[in-house]
Design a protein around this ligand. Structure first.
Ligand code: ATP
Length: 279
């Protein structure tokens, strides 16, 4: 059928199972960096459609087992809620999130979703239900249609346009003479940073995962574009269980729960009042 998607389908399978295989995409990034030896347990089963009730129970992990980054972390995230992780650089915010799609294996404890240990699920069925939005956008030099459809291969134009509309990209598409067929990238139309981000957000609306990991940009430029993207991300997070590696005050304020990840490997819940008091 569509020959274009064949190689992409392969790449996609690689991303869902062995992210290290796409090291060529570079900086698609730390969250997709992964332990090479993680594989399905022999008796792993395909995860059912997840609601997204997440629990970390006594989770310890270190890239070097002698130097744990996380020590006995307990965490409960209610389905549909948004938690923000804050804390000093290098404390372990990204690491906590990386354990959920099993890019790394916990050393002790366990992580469950809807009461099921994530190690009992096949990697593909787990990762299909977790969307990751990174500050660095990954687009390829194809059409807008292809770049959005990357969120869910085989999606039809109506679904693609609906995702574009929800990401507020429909105006741009309508303004382009070739619409969804517009080629982007080096050999096509150059998109602005904000438009690129919207495109990846559209991709996520199409993928429609119950669980979302947002890795927020560190350079918190408070421009109009940034604020609009922020708003779109919040719309995307609506109704999904969302983990945010937060750098922006607005995100932290809007989160249902805020956790400070300490350099001691622990996690501490902080109320909005305490947060305000601390400035
Ligand atoms: P930032 O806000 O700077 O992104 P963070 O809180 O997300 O920081 P992590 O990226 O989770 O922190 O890093 C936690 C610790 O683990 C740091 O000491 C970091 O150097 C180390 N680390 C992170 N990724 C790896 C890796 N792939 N291999 C080895 N060590 C790593």
């Amino acid at each position: 059928v569509n020959t274009f998607f064949r190689p992409i389908e392969k790449i996609n399978a690689v991303i869902e199972t062995y992210p290290r295989g796409i090291a060529g995409f570079r900086r698609y990034t730390q969250l997709l960096d992964t332990q090479p030896d993680i594989a399905d347990a022999p008796d792993a089963v395909a995860a059912p459609a997840l609601k997204g009730d997440i629990r970390y129970e006594g989770v310890s992990f270190g890239y070097d087992p002698a130097r744990p980054v996380l020590k006995g972390v307990d965490l409960t995230i209610k389905a549909g809620s948004t938690v923000a992780f804050v804390g000093p650089s290098g404390a372990g915010k990204t690491t906590i999130c990386s354990l959920l799609p099993r890019f790394y294996e916990v050393m002790a404890g366990r992580i469950t979703i809807d009461g099921l240990d994530i190690r009992a699920m096949t990697l593909a069925s787990l990762r299909r239900q977790i969307g990751i939005v990174q500050q660095d956008v990954f687009l390829f030099g194809g059409t807008i249609r292809e770049n959005i459809a990357y969120g869910r291969l085989g999606a039809g134009d109506a679904e693609i346009m609906e995702a574009a509309r929800r990401a507020h990209l429909d105006g741009l598409i309508a303004a382009l003479p070739e619409g969804l067929d517009t080629i982007i990238g080096e050999r096509g139309v150059k998109l602005s940073g904000g438009q690129k981000q919207r495109l990846t957000i559209a991709r996520m609306f199409l993928k429609n995962p119950p669980i979302l990991i947002l890795d927020e940009a560190t350079s918190a430029l408070d421009t109009q574009t940034e604020r609009e993207i922020q708003k779109s991300l919040m719309e995307l997070a609506e109704g999904r269980t969302t983990l945010v590696i937060a750098h922006r005050l607005a995100t932290i304020r809007n989160a249902d729960e805020v956790y400070v990840v300490g350099t001691d490997g622990g996690l501490q819940r902080i109320t909005h009042e305490e947060l305000a008091a601390r400035g």
